[in-house]
Every structure is written in structure tokens, then in C-alpha cells.
Write a protein that binds this ligand. Structure first.
Ligand code: NDP
Ligand code: GDP
Length: 336
């Protein structure tokens, strides 16, 4: 018999990849979404069931769990934007922290502890300003934005429900992962979409915030595989999913422009820094403090060693391949 999975946040970047991954494995998938998408493939029409729900509404969560009693739950729904979390801290906590509690409560109240396994999308942001350079599962948390604080509540309530009620509850501490499905509110997609528009003559300049900021960027398709692997283990546990390598925003810009045949020449510092097309001197990148954060996480690199040693998970897509995939998608070209 097919396993039944529930994905919250199924319309988001990871939801799209996880849905495809689980369908390929023969799962029946229920999608928890604020809006049902138009069904696309025949496979989806037969094996995917969408439920219009909101994580702020416990009664709708409870009745859904009662109806489908899922074997596996992947909690991907979140207000996932760090900048927005400074503007909407209360809403961010309601969805990210209490939303997770509502799902765990549904499992507990309905007595689904023996049946339902639970994956929580935790975040590398929980380490924030921690001084340890390579973050492991033992690194202390030091969140520096409301999003990270909300994710720490979810992380710990998940562990608490595992220890208190025996729920197979796991955290995947996900470092940044990107794809052609990433919205332009995140820097990687903003860069690749802008580079494509600049190359096509549809945009003059790319305006960014902190170019020195470093992130550990992986490919979303690799990370959803890790989420699934987490729930197939004999014991519940928490794992970091990361590449172990950091790149600056400036590196990302250089690689993205290189993909469309433009070499960037940088001049100036801080908000005055500009990036010119080296072949003609035209300014194509500028900095604006409008995109600076009130507080910035320090260099954020995760160690995927535990996920590799215990589950054999490792990132399969390099930084260069990721940038190429995103730029080619935005140029309307094929990519693997
Ligand atoms: P997205 O922002 O792309 O997707 C999140 C989804 O959550 C959206 O589909 C959104 O639905 C849904 N959602 C938001 N609010 C609610 C609500 N009140 N009720 C129900 N659904 C809601 O995130 P990603 O796919 O990139 O990330 C998946 C998870 O992993 C998130 O929890 C994120 O915080 C976490 N994570 C992601 C990282 C990354 O780099 N991508 C890094 C670390 C953690 P709608 O379409 O209706 O807006
Ligand atoms: P985050 O790591 O979840 O906050 O992902 P983002 O893609 O939003 O930001 C990654 C890094 O890029 C952060 O350090 C930002 O400060 C930096 N950054 C620089 N310019 C921009 C920009 O224009 N937009 C965004 N979103 N981030 C930017």
C-alpha cells in the first residue's frame, strides 16, 4: 500500500521539489496550502489532494489529521523571509512557532504517535551570530532576527514532543538552498533574474545590499531528499543539511554574469561600490543601504558531516551548477 504524506507549504520552493520526489517514490500526497494550485500532470491529478488550510487555524489542522491520518508530515509552511520577519514579527511567530505546535498537538491529541512521523524545516539562521565557523548539531544558537527566534521555538517544541510523547519528530536544520523556484525576494533569484533581464536589455542595473555577506548555498532538490531520508531512519534525530562551503553575494553576482558572458569589474567600497561590465565600462551593479539588514548573521556555514555519516546524505549539486541552473532558467534556456 502507498504511504500517505502531508506537505505543509506545498506551493513553496521546497514543497514543489518534495512533491515530485514523493510522487516518484509512489506516495499519496496531501498538500496543505492557503490556495490550491491548478493541477498539472496526470500523476498529480490521481495522487495529490490539496486542502485549503491555514497554519494559524488549529481546528482545520485537527480535522485534516483526523481525515487523512498521514504516515509522514513535512512541515515546510512558514513565513520564510528574514527581512519580512522584522516587519511582521508577531505573524512570523504565529505561523512558524505556533503553527508547528498546532501540527504536533494534532498528532498528540489524535493519538497518532505510533503512526505519524514528523519532519520540521528548521533553519541555519538559528545559529545567527554564533562565533563557531562551521556549525554542527552541537553548536549553540544565537538568533539575530525574529524569523530565527520563531524557528528556535519550533525546533525545541519538536524535540520536546519527541521526548515527552514519543513522537517520531525530527528537525532538519536547513542552510540556504535555492533553485529556479526561489522567489526574487531572496538574493540569489533576484540576481539571476536581473542578470537575465540585463543581458536581454530589459533592465539597466542590479541593486543589492551587503555584497560581503556570506551564505552556504545549496540546491533545494538535494535538500528535500535529505528530508525524506530523515524520516526513513530507525530512530528520530536532528540533522544539518548544508554544503559546508560559503560564498559571498559578490561571488554569486560574478558567477551569474559570467554565465551570460559578462565579466564584472568592481570599484569602490561599501554603499559606493559599483560593478561594471569590464568589456564596455557600463555600470550594471550598484549597492543601496535600502537592502541592508538591521542585524546580519555572521558567516553561515553548516557541517553536513552527521547527515553523511548516519544517513549517507550529501549535496550533489555544486555552487557553480546551481548558479548556472538558475541563470539558464531565467534566460529561458534548458538546464538539467
Ligand atoms: P517558501 O517561502 O517558498 O514556502 C513556504 C510556504 O509556506 C509557502 O508555500 C506559503 O504558502 C506557506 N505558508 C506561509 N504561511 C502559511 C500559513 N499561514 N498557512 C499555510 N501555509 C503557509 O519556503 P521554502 O520552500 O524555501 O522553505 C521551506 C521551509 O524550509 C520553510 O519553513 C523555510 O522557513 C525553511 N527553510 C528554508 C530555507 C531555504 O533556504 N529555502 C533555509 C532554511 C529553512 P503561500 O504560497 O500561500 O504563500
Ligand atoms: P536569508 O539568508 O534567508 O536572509 O536569504 P536572502 O537571500 O534574503 O539573503 C541572503 C544574504 O544576501 C543576506 O545576508 C542579505 O543581507 C544579502 N543581500 C544582499 N543584497 C540583498 C538583496 O538585495 N536582497 C536580499 N534578499 N538579500 C540581500
Amino acid at each position: 500500500m502507498s504511504k500517505v504524506a502531508l506537505i505543509t507549504g506545498i506551493n513553496g520552493q521546497d514543497g514543489k521539489y518534495l512533491l515530485q520526489f514523493l510522487l516518484d517514490k509512489g506516495y499519496i500526497v496531501h498538500g496543505f496550502a492557503r490556495k490550491k494550485p491548478a493541477l498539472t500532470s496526470e500523476n498529480e491529478q490521481q495522487n495529490v489532494f490539496y486542502h485549503e488550510n491555514d497554519l494559524s487555524d488549529f481546528s482545520s489542522v485537527l480535522s485534516l489529521f483526523q481525515e487523512i491520518a498521514p504516515d509522514e508530515v513535512y512541515n515546510l509552511a512558514a513565513q520564510s523571509n528574514v527581512k519580512t520577519s522584522f516587519e511582521r514579527p508577531e505573524y512570523t511567530s504565529n505561523i512558524n512557532s505556533l503553527g508547528t505546535l498546532r501540527l504536533l498537538e494534532a498528532i498528540r491529541i489524535l493519538g497518532l504517535q505510533e503512526k505519524t512521523r514528523f519532519f520540521q524545516a528548521s533553519s541555519g539562521e538559528i545559529f545567527g551570530k554564533t562565533t563557531e565557523l562551521q556549525r554542527t548539531e552541537e553548536t549553540p544558537f544565537y538568533p539575530c532576527n525574529p524569523y530565527a527566534v520563531s524557528k528556535i521555538y519550533a525546533h525545541w517544541i519538536n524535540i520536546n514532543y519527541r521526548e515527552s510523547y514519543g513522537i517520531f519528530a525530527c528537525n532538519g536544520v536547513l542552510f540556504n538552498h535555492e533553485s529556479p523556484h526561489r522567489p526574487e525576494s531572496f538574493v540569489t533569484r533576484k540576481i539571476t533574474a536581473s542578470v537575465a533581464r540585463i543581458k536581454k536589455g530589459l533592465q539597466e542595473e542590479l541593486i543589492l545590499g551587503n555584497l560581503d555577506s556570506k551564505r552556504d548555498w545549496g540546491f533545494a532538490g538535494d535538500y528535500v531528499k535529505g528530508m525524506w531520508m530523515t524520516l526513513q531512519q530507525n530512530e528520530p534525530d536532528d540533522y544539518i543539511f548544508a554544503t559546508g562551503q560559503a560564498h559571498t553575494v559578490r561571488d554569486f553576482v560574478n558567477f551569474a554574469f559570467k554565465e551570460v558572458g559578462i565579466k564584472i569589474k568592481w570599484e569602490g567600497k561599501g554603499p559606493s561600490e559599483i560593478g561594471k561590465d569590464a568589456s564596455c565600462g557600463r555600470i550594471v551593479v550598484r549597492v543601496s543601504p535600502d537592502f541592508y539588514r538591521p542585524v546580519e548573521s555572521s558567516i553561515s556555514v553548516g557541517s553536513p558531516a552527521k547527515a553523511y555519516n548516519k544517513m549517507g546524505w550529501e549535496p550533489e549539486t555544486s555552487f557553480e551548477e546551481l548558479v548556472r541552473m538558475m541563470v539558464r532558467n531565467d534566460m529561458g534556456l534548458s538546464y538539467k
